[in-house]
Design a protein around this ligand. Structure first.
Ligand code: E4P
Length: 224
């Protein structure tokens, strides 16, 4: 399963990139707005850290023609491994169909139901992003929705992948991984929580103590 980072905060991207095997970064208009900076300079800074890993950036336009103009501008100004994110509105489906024919890499986003994902896949989406926690907040069983989408794509031999999004805890991430989802995008606070455990730290502290009792403090294997 691929891990992407769901933020536009440059410091967080830098810190997480040092530790985690990230496949890329996802943004949306709310995430971008939090940074209160020029849009293209944020994108440039993100690219300077992630290089040619995937960058998923979202259109703002609401009509098909506005969406297409946004997507064209993103592709013109952002080099490399760009996925343009289209909300699955009626205008969004139209734009996805049109831009797939022109070779755009497409992420369908703001997905709440399996049929929205299946339609988006048929419109040419490479990735579909169901919003797990937002679905949980309407008692819609986010993990189950992700699981159904994953199964539907397999069942219908579609190459479209699931990029599960909107997580508020580690358990949601774990459950979509068990469901066979191909990729997740996670905010930095959840990413750190996935990796850490106090019992791991306690185990390492005990290893160090036992070792130092015999070999001495500050002695490592390289300086015995
Ligand atoms: C990602 O692409 C989504 O826009 C994002 O994960 C939504 O997350 P939120 O529900 O935490 O805002």
């Amino acid at each position: 399963m691929l891990y992407l980072l769901d933020t536009a905060n440059i410091e967080e991207i830098r810190k997480c990139s040092e530790v985690f095997p990230l496949a890329g970064v996802t943004t949306n208009p709310s995430i971008i707005s939090k940074e209160k900076k020029d849009f293209f300079s944020i994108i440039k800074d993100i690219k300077s850290i992630i290089g040619d890993k995937m960058l998923h950036a979202q259109v703002i336009g609401e009509t098909e023609s506005e969406i297409i103009k946004d997507a064209e501008t993103l592709r013109e100004k952002i080099d490399g491994n760009l996925y343009v994110k289209f909300p699955v509105t009626l205008e969004g489906y139209k734009a996805m169909k049109a831009l797939k024919l022109r070779g755009f890499k497409i992420t369908a986003t703001a997905i709440y139901t399996p049929q929205q994902a299946l339609l988006a896949a048929n419109c040419g989406a490479d990735y579909t992003a169901p919003y797990v926690n937002r679905i949980d907040n309407i008692s819609g069983m986010g993990v189950h929705v992700v699981s159904m989408i994953t199964e539907l794509f397999k069942h219908h031999n579609l190459e479209t992948k699931v990029l599960a999004a909107s997580f508020k805890n580690v358990q949601q991430v774990h459950e979509v991984a068990v469901a066979g989802c191909q990729s997740v995008t996670i905010a930095p606070d959840i990413m750190w929580k996935l990796a850490e455990h106090p019992l791991t730290d306690m185990s390492v502290a005990q290893f160090t103590k036992d070792w130092e009792n015999i070999y001495g403090k500050d002695k490592k294997i390289y300086n015995l």
